[in-house]
Design a protein around this ligand. Structure first.
Ligand code: HEC
Ligand code: HEC
Ligand code: HEC
Length: 461
């Protein structure tokens, strides 16, 4: 053998040995386990099993503590694993999300996301499995995770209205009724439509959240008192009671806290509670009506309570899609049904999940794309960052509901998507990181058009 050839064979042997050394040593040592995920306490056996599987096979990249494999000390590997931990934890932080509060289950969104990755066989990523031959989920582990997902959904999130074959769908039918004090609701309805809540008696809540326009104003940005134009699209008030938090950036914890905002907002109603109460008290007929519900009369607290109670009844059950889930044959056309399957296949139902198809998590707009790189940034584009000032929250928005979506164009926080075709294409590119043929986009749009529900027994249109 020539010296050259010898050198080549030595190098080959060295590379093969090195190439095998890592995975073999990983195999022999077993996978590192996340102590913090393993430490999550539970009495629920299905959850305990799922927790232990994920502590070993997922937590390496899905907790910020970073359970580093041995090779992570090698220069190139270090950069790779650090990038995985950053992106993985950003998408799903198991330490926080498997049990957000002691005793409470994982969020419906986390459950849907894990379910989707398992169905796709996408996790752990291939490059990791090349070094961790025992890293992928075994069949029995997949079954255990699936059992935990179905149990969690059944016990905590399912509205129990779906027909048996749909009982475990990531999207659930909306509840048909909601309990609320009828007198408060009637008063809240009036206040919601009362222009005296604005400084110059020109604008009511309904000006920007018209109940006959899908609960929105159907313009990119709303106009407040004196023609002041806002910088963010007005979301629907229908089904907002199901949101985990209110506003695009979540700066109000609930509907009552939210209702305090617009009255005082200089570019919305530009008033204050003293002024509003002063006006209402002068109206003796209305005052009498008011006192029948709240003997103490109009105040910030009573007005807000009435409006929030009214808003909690703005639910829209019985959409054609819900009827399909409830087992009504022929409720959807073949194309619409295909659209729903594609909606799940492209992962839309992971964020737009549950009965309200959204409103349950903050998600980064443009997580797979360049949404904000192509235009000048506005203050509103910061999203959740404006509330927390944490860099990780920049461009994160509360996932909007897709209920009645056909009625609420234009779309997105910046009102930049004019129709559903555009919105779906933007979502595919920015949130899913894939593109879809035109026919599939059309099917998804057809599906989205079946989500109009009934308010007070009348189909919204
Ligand atoms: C080697 C690191 C690594 C391991 C191990 C790993 N993941 Fe991931 N995971 C990632 C990365 C990186 C992302 C972000 C990828 C992306 O956004 O494309 C991610 C994303 C996810 C997401 C979010 C997807 C979304 O749509 O937001 C889920 C859910 C997930 N992983 C579940 C799991 C589960 C379950 C396991 C264990 C069976 C696992 N992962 C193991 C690196 C890992
Ligand atoms: C001038 C237009 C305007 C008026 C008037 C107005 N809103 Fe809004 N509303 C908006 C905009 C814009 C947003 C989104 C703001 C944000 O997220 O930063 C919003 C958000 C909301 C939300 C949160 C929905 C969600 O998905 O997070 C609710 C609920 C709501 N408004 C109810 C009301 C009520 C009740 C009133 C009357 C007291 C009112 N609005 C008056 C424009 C208006
Ligand atoms: C990672 C989470 C995530 C995924 C996956 C996702 N979305 Fe969204 N979706 C969002 C967020 C967040 C917004 C709001 C973004 C904004 O306004 O900047 C949104 C907005 C929308 C809107 C506009 C809603 C409105 O009222 O303005 C539609 C329609 C929509 N998504 C449909 C889809 C479809 C269809 C898919 C699958 C192809 C999908 N989404 C996948 C998070 C997600």
């Amino acid at each position: 053998m020539s010296r050259g050839k010898k050198l080549v064979s030595i190098l080959v042997v060295v590379f093969v040995t090195l190439g095998l050394a890592l995975p073999v040593s990983n195999l022999v040592r077993g996978l590192p386990k996340s102590a913090s995920v393993s430490a999550i306490e539970t009495q629920d056996e299905a959850f305990a099993q799922a927790r232990d599987i994920m502590a070993g096979k997922c937590a390496t990249c899905h907790t910020s503590e970073g359970v580093m494999p041995l090779y992570a000390s090698l220069p190139v590997a270090k950069t790779m694993i650090e990038a995985d931990i950053k992106a993985g934890t950003d998408s799903l932080d198991l330490r926080k999300e498997l049990q957000p509060t002691p005793g409470l289950p994982a969020s419906e969104v986390a459950v849907a996301k894990i379910e989707k990755e398992i169905q796709d066989g996408a996790m752990p990523p291939m490059r990791y499995l090349m070094l961790h031959w025992n890293g992928s989920l075994t069949d029995s582990e997949e079954q255990q995770l699936t059992a935990w997902i179905q149990k969690t959904r059944g016990e905590h999130f399912a509205t129990k209205l779906a027909a048996a074959p749909f009982a475990n769908e990531p999207v659930q039918p909306l509840p048909l009724t909601i309990e609320a004090d009828a007198a408060k609701v009637a008063l809240g309805d009036k206040l919601f439509h009362d222009v005296r809540l604005s400084k110059d008696n020109s604008i009511s809540c309904a000006s920007c959240h018209a109940l006959d326009k899908g609960g929105t104003d159907r313009v990119q940005y709303s106009t407040g008192v004196g023609g002041a134009v806002g910088g963010i699209n007005s979301p629907t008030v229908y089904n907002s009671t199901f949101h985990f938090i209110q506003f695009w950036d979540g700066r109000a914890a609930n509907l009552a806290e939210q209702a305090d905002g617009p009255v005082n907002n200089p570019i919305e109603m530009a008033s204050n509670w003293e002024e509003v109460c002063g006006k209402l008290i002068q109206d003796t007929a209305f005052l009498e009506e008011f006192k029948k519900v709240y003997p103490e009369g109009p105040s910030k607290e009573t007005i807000i309570d009435a409006i929030a109670t009214f808003e909690s009844t703005l639910i829209t059950p019985n959409s054609r899609f819900d009827k399909y889930l409830m087992g009504q044959a022929g409720a959807l056309t073949a194309e619409e049904e295909t659209g729903y399957h594609l909606f799940k296949e492209y992962g839309c139902a992971t964020c737009h999940t549950g009965k309200n198809m959204g409103g349950q998590s903050f998600e980064r707009m443009g997580r797979k794309g360049d949404y904000f790189d192509t235009r000048a940034l506005t203050d509103a584009d910061n999203g959740r960052f404006n509330v927390t000032k944490e860099e990780a929250d920049r461009h994160k928005f509360k996932t909007p509901t897709l209920r009645n979506i056909a009625l609420t164009a234009p779309y997105l926080h910046d009102g930049a998507a004019m129709d559903l075709t555009q919105a779906v294409n933007i979502m595919l590119k920015q949130q899913v990181g894939r593109s879809a043929p035109e026919s599939e986009v059309a099917a998804m749009v057809a599906f989205l058009n079946t989500l109009n529900g009934e308010y007070k027994g009348q189909l919204l249109q």
